[in-house]
Design a protein around this ligand. Structure first.
Ligand code: AOF
Ligand code: ZN
Length: 379
Protein backbone atom coordinates (compact mmCIF):
# COMPACT_ATOMS: atom_id res chain seq x y z
CA UNK A 1 0.00 0.00 0.00
CA UNK A 2 1.50 3.33 -1.02
CA UNK A 3 1.58 6.63 0.82
CA UNK A 4 -0.74 7.93 -1.89
CA UNK A 5 -3.36 5.27 -1.08
CA UNK A 6 -3.14 6.07 2.60
CA UNK A 7 -3.74 9.74 1.87
CA UNK A 8 -6.69 8.93 -0.37
CA UNK A 9 -8.50 6.91 2.31
CA UNK A 10 -7.54 9.29 5.11
CA UNK A 11 -9.07 12.14 3.06
CA UNK A 12 -12.31 10.12 2.98
CA UNK A 13 -12.14 9.69 6.75
CA UNK A 14 -11.62 13.45 7.12
CA UNK A 15 -14.71 14.15 5.00
CA UNK A 16 -16.72 11.87 7.28
CA UNK A 17 -15.36 13.56 10.41
CA UNK A 18 -16.55 16.91 9.07
CA UNK A 19 -20.12 15.68 9.32
CA UNK A 20 -19.75 16.05 13.08
CA UNK A 21 -18.73 19.71 12.77
CA UNK A 22 -21.79 21.06 14.55
CA UNK A 23 -22.56 18.27 16.99
CA UNK A 24 -19.62 16.48 18.68
CA UNK A 25 -18.88 19.05 21.41
CA UNK A 26 -17.04 18.59 23.77
CA UNK A 27 -15.68 15.58 21.92
CA UNK A 28 -13.48 15.83 18.83
CA UNK A 29 -14.71 15.32 15.26
CA UNK A 30 -13.45 11.91 14.14
CA UNK A 31 -13.98 9.85 10.97
CA UNK A 32 -13.13 6.23 10.13
CA UNK A 33 -13.13 4.05 7.01
CA UNK A 34 -12.49 0.30 6.78
CA UNK A 35 -10.79 -0.80 3.57
CA UNK A 36 -10.12 -4.33 2.25
CA UNK A 37 -8.40 -5.04 -1.07
CA UNK A 38 -8.93 -1.45 -2.17
CA UNK A 39 -12.67 -1.55 -1.41
CA UNK A 40 -14.51 0.41 1.24
CA UNK A 41 -16.24 -2.06 3.56
CA UNK A 42 -17.48 0.30 6.28
CA UNK A 43 -17.50 3.98 7.21
CA UNK A 44 -18.48 6.04 10.21
CA UNK A 45 -18.01 9.24 12.16
CA UNK A 46 -18.52 10.42 15.72
CA UNK A 47 -21.74 12.43 15.86
CA UNK A 48 -22.46 13.14 19.49
CA UNK A 49 -20.86 12.76 22.90
CA UNK A 50 -22.08 9.62 24.65
CA UNK A 51 -22.84 7.96 21.33
CA UNK A 52 -20.63 5.65 19.24
CA UNK A 53 -17.11 6.65 18.34
CA UNK A 54 -16.16 6.73 14.65
CA UNK A 55 -14.57 3.24 14.70
CA UNK A 56 -17.63 1.65 16.32
CA UNK A 57 -19.93 3.31 13.79
CA UNK A 58 -17.73 2.15 10.88
CA UNK A 59 -17.86 -1.45 12.18
CA UNK A 60 -21.64 -1.20 12.57
CA UNK A 61 -21.86 0.10 9.01
CA UNK A 62 -19.85 -2.91 7.75
CA UNK A 63 -22.20 -5.22 9.62
CA UNK A 64 -25.24 -3.52 8.18
CA UNK A 65 -23.85 -3.95 4.67
CA UNK A 66 -23.15 -7.65 5.46
CA UNK A 67 -19.46 -6.93 5.06
CA UNK A 68 -18.37 -8.13 8.51
CA UNK A 69 -16.35 -11.05 7.10
CA UNK A 70 -14.29 -8.49 5.12
CA UNK A 71 -13.36 -6.57 8.26
CA UNK A 72 -10.93 -9.36 9.17
CA UNK A 73 -7.64 -8.37 7.61
CA UNK A 74 -8.92 -4.91 6.63
CA UNK A 75 -7.14 -1.59 7.15
CA UNK A 76 -8.83 0.91 9.48
CA UNK A 77 -8.20 4.57 8.67
CA UNK A 78 -8.98 6.84 11.62
CA UNK A 79 -8.41 10.61 11.71
CA UNK A 80 -7.57 10.43 15.45
CA UNK A 81 -5.69 7.74 17.34
CA UNK A 82 -8.23 5.15 18.59
CA UNK A 83 -9.00 5.67 22.26
CA UNK A 84 -7.55 3.41 24.96
CA UNK A 85 -9.75 4.39 27.87
CA UNK A 86 -13.14 3.39 29.13
CA UNK A 87 -15.03 6.66 28.72
CA UNK A 88 -18.71 6.92 27.95
CA UNK A 89 -18.00 4.12 25.45
CA UNK A 90 -15.51 1.18 25.58
CA UNK A 91 -11.96 1.65 24.21
CA UNK A 92 -11.89 1.69 20.39
CA UNK A 93 -8.34 0.25 20.34
CA UNK A 94 -9.71 -2.97 21.91
CA UNK A 95 -12.74 -2.95 19.61
CA UNK A 96 -10.53 -2.77 16.49
CA UNK A 97 -8.26 -5.56 17.77
CA UNK A 98 -11.27 -7.79 18.46
CA UNK A 99 -12.72 -7.04 15.04
CA UNK A 100 -9.56 -8.52 13.52
CA UNK A 101 -8.28 -5.61 11.42
CA UNK A 102 -4.78 -6.18 10.01
CA UNK A 103 -3.62 -2.58 10.06
CA UNK A 104 -4.52 0.77 11.61
CA UNK A 105 -3.62 4.00 9.85
CA UNK A 106 -4.07 7.09 12.05
CA UNK A 107 -4.16 10.80 11.23
CA UNK A 108 -2.87 12.24 14.49
CA UNK A 109 -2.16 11.14 18.03
CA UNK A 110 -4.96 11.88 20.55
CA UNK A 111 -3.83 14.86 22.68
CA UNK A 112 -6.20 13.73 25.46
CA UNK A 113 -3.85 12.79 28.36
CA UNK A 114 -6.08 9.77 29.01
CA UNK A 115 -5.09 8.40 25.60
CA UNK A 116 -1.85 10.10 24.36
CA UNK A 117 -0.27 7.18 22.52
CA UNK A 118 -1.73 4.40 24.67
CA UNK A 119 -4.34 3.52 22.05
CA UNK A 120 -1.62 3.00 19.42
CA UNK A 121 0.48 1.00 21.91
CA UNK A 122 -2.41 -1.36 22.65
CA UNK A 123 -2.90 -2.01 18.95
CA UNK A 124 0.82 -2.59 18.32
CA UNK A 125 1.02 -4.95 21.30
CA UNK A 126 -1.76 -7.01 19.76
CA UNK A 127 0.53 -7.54 16.76
CA UNK A 128 -1.36 -5.18 14.45
CA UNK A 129 0.57 -2.89 12.13
CA UNK A 130 0.23 0.83 12.92
CA UNK A 131 1.01 3.50 10.31
CA UNK A 132 0.89 7.26 10.72
CA UNK A 133 0.50 10.10 11.17
CA UNK A 134 -1.03 10.54 7.70
CA UNK A 135 -2.44 13.96 6.61
CA UNK A 136 -1.67 15.16 10.12
CA UNK A 137 -2.17 18.89 9.49
CA UNK A 138 -5.57 18.26 7.88
CA UNK A 139 -6.60 15.99 10.75
CA UNK A 140 -5.51 18.62 13.26
CA UNK A 141 -7.55 21.16 11.30
CA UNK A 142 -10.72 19.24 12.18
CA UNK A 143 -10.32 19.96 15.88
CA UNK A 144 -8.41 23.17 16.60
CA UNK A 145 -10.42 23.72 19.78
CA UNK A 146 -10.24 20.20 21.21
CA UNK A 147 -6.48 20.12 20.55
CA UNK A 148 -5.81 23.51 22.13
CA UNK A 149 -7.93 22.67 25.18
CA UNK A 150 -6.10 19.38 25.68
CA UNK A 151 -2.61 20.82 25.09
CA UNK A 152 -2.89 24.26 26.69
CA UNK A 153 -6.00 24.25 28.84
CA UNK A 154 -7.44 27.05 26.69
CA UNK A 155 -10.12 27.20 24.00
CA UNK A 156 -9.40 28.10 20.37
CA UNK A 157 -10.58 31.70 19.96
CA UNK A 158 -11.89 32.91 16.61
CA UNK A 159 -12.68 36.61 16.37
CA UNK A 160 -15.41 37.62 13.96
CA UNK A 161 -15.45 41.18 12.72
CA UNK A 162 -17.31 43.07 10.03
CA UNK A 163 -15.89 46.17 8.45
CA UNK A 164 -16.31 48.52 5.53
CA UNK A 165 -13.81 48.88 2.71
CA UNK A 166 -12.27 51.73 4.72
CA UNK A 167 -11.70 49.42 7.70
CA UNK A 168 -14.46 50.81 9.90
CA UNK A 169 -17.06 49.01 11.95
CA UNK A 170 -20.63 50.03 12.74
CA UNK A 171 -21.28 51.84 16.02
CA UNK A 172 -20.83 48.58 17.92
CA UNK A 173 -20.43 44.94 16.93
CA UNK A 174 -24.04 43.96 17.33
CA UNK A 175 -26.55 42.51 14.99
CA UNK A 176 -28.73 45.57 14.61
CA UNK A 177 -25.96 47.50 12.90
CA UNK A 178 -24.79 44.60 10.77
CA UNK A 179 -23.19 46.15 7.70
CA UNK A 180 -22.69 43.13 5.45
CA UNK A 181 -25.21 41.27 3.31
CA UNK A 182 -27.44 38.25 4.02
CA UNK A 183 -24.95 35.66 2.71
CA UNK A 184 -22.25 36.85 5.12
CA UNK A 185 -24.81 36.90 7.93
CA UNK A 186 -25.70 33.27 7.22
CA UNK A 187 -22.01 32.40 7.15
CA UNK A 188 -21.66 33.88 10.65
CA UNK A 189 -24.57 31.72 11.81
CA UNK A 190 -22.57 28.67 10.72
CA UNK A 191 -19.53 29.95 12.60
CA UNK A 192 -21.74 30.31 15.67
CA UNK A 193 -23.19 26.83 15.20
CA UNK A 194 -19.75 25.20 15.13
CA UNK A 195 -18.64 27.10 18.25
CA UNK A 196 -19.11 25.89 21.80
CA UNK A 197 -19.37 29.42 23.19
CA UNK A 198 -20.04 32.91 21.84
CA UNK A 199 -18.22 35.57 23.83
CA UNK A 200 -19.03 39.28 23.84
CA UNK A 201 -18.49 42.34 26.03
CA UNK A 202 -20.86 44.38 28.15
CA UNK A 203 -20.34 47.33 25.78
CA UNK A 204 -21.90 45.41 22.89
CA UNK A 205 -24.71 44.14 25.12
CA UNK A 206 -25.61 47.66 26.30
CA UNK A 207 -25.37 49.14 22.81
CA UNK A 208 -27.24 46.51 20.80
CA UNK A 209 -28.93 44.05 23.18
CA UNK A 210 -28.03 41.11 20.90
CA UNK A 211 -29.40 37.60 21.52
CA UNK A 212 -26.34 35.84 20.03
CA UNK A 213 -28.32 32.70 19.29
CA UNK A 214 -27.83 30.50 16.25
CA UNK A 215 -30.46 31.01 13.57
CA UNK A 216 -29.92 28.68 10.63
CA UNK A 217 -32.31 28.78 7.69
CA UNK A 218 -34.26 25.55 7.27
CA UNK A 219 -32.99 25.21 3.72
CA UNK A 220 -29.31 25.68 4.60
CA UNK A 221 -27.44 22.92 2.76
CA UNK A 222 -24.40 22.80 4.99
CA UNK A 223 -26.00 22.55 8.40
CA UNK A 224 -28.91 20.50 9.50
CA UNK A 225 -31.07 23.23 11.09
CA UNK A 226 -32.96 20.74 13.28
CA UNK A 227 -29.79 19.42 14.89
CA UNK A 228 -28.12 22.74 15.58
CA UNK A 229 -27.11 23.13 19.19
CA UNK A 230 -27.17 26.54 20.86
CA UNK A 231 -23.70 27.48 22.11
CA UNK A 232 -23.06 28.89 25.56
CA UNK A 233 -23.38 32.70 25.56
CA UNK A 234 -20.73 34.49 27.60
CA UNK A 235 -20.48 38.18 28.57
CA UNK A 236 -17.31 39.85 29.83
CA UNK A 237 -18.69 42.33 32.36
CA UNK A 238 -16.15 43.47 34.99
CA UNK A 239 -18.61 45.39 37.19
CA UNK A 240 -21.54 43.04 36.58
CA UNK A 241 -23.67 45.80 35.15
CA UNK A 242 -25.71 43.65 32.77
CA UNK A 243 -29.48 44.07 33.08
CA UNK A 244 -31.30 40.86 34.09
CA UNK A 245 -33.61 41.28 31.11
CA UNK A 246 -30.76 41.49 28.54
CA UNK A 247 -31.66 39.19 25.64
CA UNK A 248 -28.29 37.44 25.70
CA UNK A 249 -29.12 35.97 29.14
CA UNK A 250 -32.00 33.86 27.74
CA UNK A 251 -32.24 30.92 28.01
CA UNK A 252 -30.38 31.56 31.25
CA UNK A 253 -29.07 28.00 31.70
CA UNK A 254 -26.83 28.63 28.70
CA UNK A 255 -25.59 32.08 29.84
CA UNK A 256 -22.42 32.94 31.74
CA UNK A 257 -21.17 36.34 32.89
CA UNK A 258 -17.56 36.95 33.93
CA UNK A 259 -16.95 39.68 36.52
CA UNK A 260 -14.36 40.82 39.04
CA UNK A 261 -15.63 39.90 42.52
CA UNK A 262 -14.71 43.20 44.24
CA UNK A 263 -16.71 45.16 41.68
CA UNK A 264 -19.91 43.22 42.11
CA UNK A 265 -22.99 44.34 44.05
CA UNK A 266 -24.31 41.30 45.89
CA UNK A 267 -27.98 42.19 45.31
CA UNK A 268 -27.45 42.27 41.57
CA UNK A 269 -25.56 39.00 41.74
CA UNK A 270 -28.52 37.44 43.62
CA UNK A 271 -31.00 38.58 40.98
CA UNK A 272 -28.94 37.08 38.16
CA UNK A 273 -28.25 33.84 40.04
CA UNK A 274 -31.95 33.42 40.82
CA UNK A 275 -32.65 33.71 37.10
CA UNK A 276 -30.30 30.79 36.54
CA UNK A 277 -27.44 32.80 35.02
CA UNK A 278 -23.96 31.52 35.92
CA UNK A 279 -21.75 34.33 37.26
CA UNK A 280 -18.03 33.48 37.24
CA UNK A 281 -15.26 35.54 38.81
CA UNK A 282 -11.85 36.26 37.38
CA UNK A 283 -9.05 38.31 38.98
CA UNK A 284 -7.89 41.63 37.59
CA UNK A 285 -5.23 41.33 34.92
CA UNK A 286 -2.04 43.43 34.73
CA UNK A 287 -3.93 46.23 32.98
CA UNK A 288 -6.42 46.45 35.86
CA UNK A 289 -9.17 44.84 33.79
CA UNK A 290 -10.74 41.42 33.93
CA UNK A 291 -8.10 38.74 33.32
CA UNK A 292 -9.15 37.27 29.98
CA UNK A 293 -6.62 34.43 30.20
CA UNK A 294 -8.17 33.26 33.46
CA UNK A 295 -11.68 33.48 32.01
CA UNK A 296 -10.70 31.46 28.93
CA UNK A 297 -9.10 28.85 31.21
CA UNK A 298 -12.39 28.54 33.08
CA UNK A 299 -14.25 28.02 29.80
CA UNK A 300 -11.79 25.30 28.74
CA UNK A 301 -12.24 23.58 32.11
CA UNK A 302 -15.97 23.52 31.35
CA UNK A 303 -15.27 21.64 28.07
CA UNK A 304 -15.41 24.62 25.72
CA UNK A 305 -13.29 23.85 22.64
CA UNK A 306 -14.10 26.66 20.20
CA UNK A 307 -14.99 30.23 21.12
CA UNK A 308 -16.41 32.77 18.71
CA UNK A 309 -15.65 36.30 19.89
CA UNK A 310 -18.23 38.76 18.53
CA UNK A 311 -17.61 42.09 20.12
CA UNK A 312 -16.47 45.67 19.78
CA UNK A 313 -13.02 47.00 18.98
CA UNK A 314 -11.97 47.38 22.59
CA UNK A 315 -12.52 43.83 23.84
CA UNK A 316 -11.28 42.41 20.53
CA UNK A 317 -8.11 44.48 21.04
CA UNK A 318 -7.84 43.17 24.62
CA UNK A 319 -7.98 39.55 23.45
CA UNK A 320 -5.38 40.24 20.77
CA UNK A 321 -3.04 41.93 23.22
CA UNK A 322 -3.45 39.07 25.70
CA UNK A 323 -2.25 36.68 22.96
CA UNK A 324 -5.53 34.78 23.10
CA UNK A 325 -6.64 35.14 19.47
CA UNK A 326 -6.07 32.10 17.25
CA UNK A 327 -7.92 33.22 14.14
CA UNK A 328 -9.49 36.41 12.81
CA UNK A 329 -12.42 36.22 10.41
CA UNK A 330 -13.21 39.57 8.81
CA UNK A 331 -16.18 40.23 6.55
CA UNK A 332 -15.47 43.25 4.39
CA UNK A 333 -18.61 44.95 3.13
CA UNK A 334 -18.78 46.81 -0.17
CA UNK A 335 -19.40 50.07 1.70
CA UNK A 336 -17.58 53.12 2.93
CA UNK A 337 -18.43 54.25 6.46
CA UNK A 338 -16.20 57.29 6.74
CA UNK A 339 -13.78 58.43 9.38
CA UNK A 340 -16.27 59.01 12.20
CA UNK A 341 -16.94 55.26 12.50
CA UNK A 342 -14.78 53.07 14.76
CA UNK A 343 -11.76 51.06 13.65
CA UNK A 344 -11.64 47.27 13.70
CA UNK A 345 -9.40 46.83 16.76
CA UNK A 346 -8.70 49.37 19.49
CA UNK A 347 -4.93 49.05 19.87
CA UNK A 348 -2.71 51.64 21.56
CA UNK A 349 0.05 51.51 18.96
CA UNK A 350 2.24 54.54 18.37
CA UNK A 351 4.90 53.55 15.87
CA UNK A 352 4.98 51.39 12.76
CA UNK A 353 7.36 49.00 14.52
CA UNK A 354 4.56 48.07 16.93
CA UNK A 355 2.26 46.98 14.10
CA UNK A 356 0.58 43.60 14.64
CA UNK A 357 1.64 41.26 11.85
CA UNK A 358 -1.00 38.91 10.48
CA UNK A 359 -0.80 35.99 8.09
CA UNK A 360 -3.52 35.82 5.45
CA UNK A 361 -4.97 32.30 5.42
CA UNK A 362 -7.87 32.57 2.99
CA UNK A 363 -9.97 34.96 0.91
CA UNK A 364 -13.47 34.19 -0.35
CA UNK A 365 -16.33 36.17 -1.82
CA UNK A 366 -19.56 35.74 0.18
CA UNK A 367 -22.43 37.46 -1.63
CA UNK A 368 -21.38 41.08 -2.09
CA UNK A 369 -18.86 40.85 0.75
CA UNK A 370 -15.36 39.43 1.07
CA UNK A 371 -14.43 37.00 3.84
CA UNK A 372 -10.82 37.24 4.97
CA UNK A 373 -9.24 34.81 7.44
CA UNK A 374 -6.04 35.84 9.22
CA UNK A 375 -3.77 34.20 11.76
CA UNK A 376 -1.95 36.44 14.24
CA UNK A 377 1.78 35.76 13.92
CA UNK A 378 2.48 35.76 17.66
CA UNK A 379 1.25 32.18 17.74
C1 AOF B 1 -11.94 7.71 19.19
N1 AOF B 1 -12.92 7.81 18.28
O1 AOF B 1 -14.68 8.84 17.42
C2 AOF B 1 -13.67 9.81 19.28
C3 AOF B 1 -12.59 9.72 20.21
O2 AOF B 1 -16.44 10.17 26.62
P1 AOF B 1 -16.09 9.31 25.47
O3 AOF B 1 -16.10 7.83 25.76
O4 AOF B 1 -16.93 9.62 24.23
O5 AOF B 1 -14.58 9.60 25.11
C4 AOF B 1 -14.21 10.87 24.65
C5 AOF B 1 -12.72 10.88 24.34
O6 AOF B 1 -12.42 9.89 23.36
C6 AOF B 1 -12.27 12.20 23.75
O7 AOF B 1 -11.84 13.10 24.73
C7 AOF B 1 -11.13 11.78 22.84
O8 AOF B 1 -9.93 11.59 23.56
C8 AOF B 1 -11.59 10.43 22.34
N2 AOF B 1 -12.43 10.66 21.15
N3 AOF B 1 -11.76 8.67 20.11
O9 AOF B 1 -11.19 6.71 19.20
C9 AOF B 1 -13.80 8.82 18.27
N4 AOF B 1 -14.56 10.83 19.34
ZN1 ZN C 1 -12.95 5.63 20.89
Amino acid sequence: MTQHNHEYWMAKAIQLAQKGRYTTHPNPRVGCVLVKDGQLVGQGFHAKTGEGHAEVNALADAEQKSMTQHVKGATAYVTLEPCSHQGKTPPCADTLVKAGVARVVFGMQDPNPEVAGRGLDKIKKAGIEVIGPILEAECEGLNPGFIKRMREGLPFVRVKLAMSLDGRTAIESGESQWITGPEARQDVQRLRAQSDAIVTGIGSVLADNPSMTVRIDNDDQETDAKNVRQPLRVVMDTALSILPEAKILYPSKQAWVFSVAEEVESEHLDVLSKKGVTVRFSPRGDDGRLDLLDAMGQLADAGINEVLLETGAELAGGFLQAGLVDEIVVYMASKLLGSSARPLFQLPLETMSEAVELELKSVRQVGQDIRLVYLPTYL
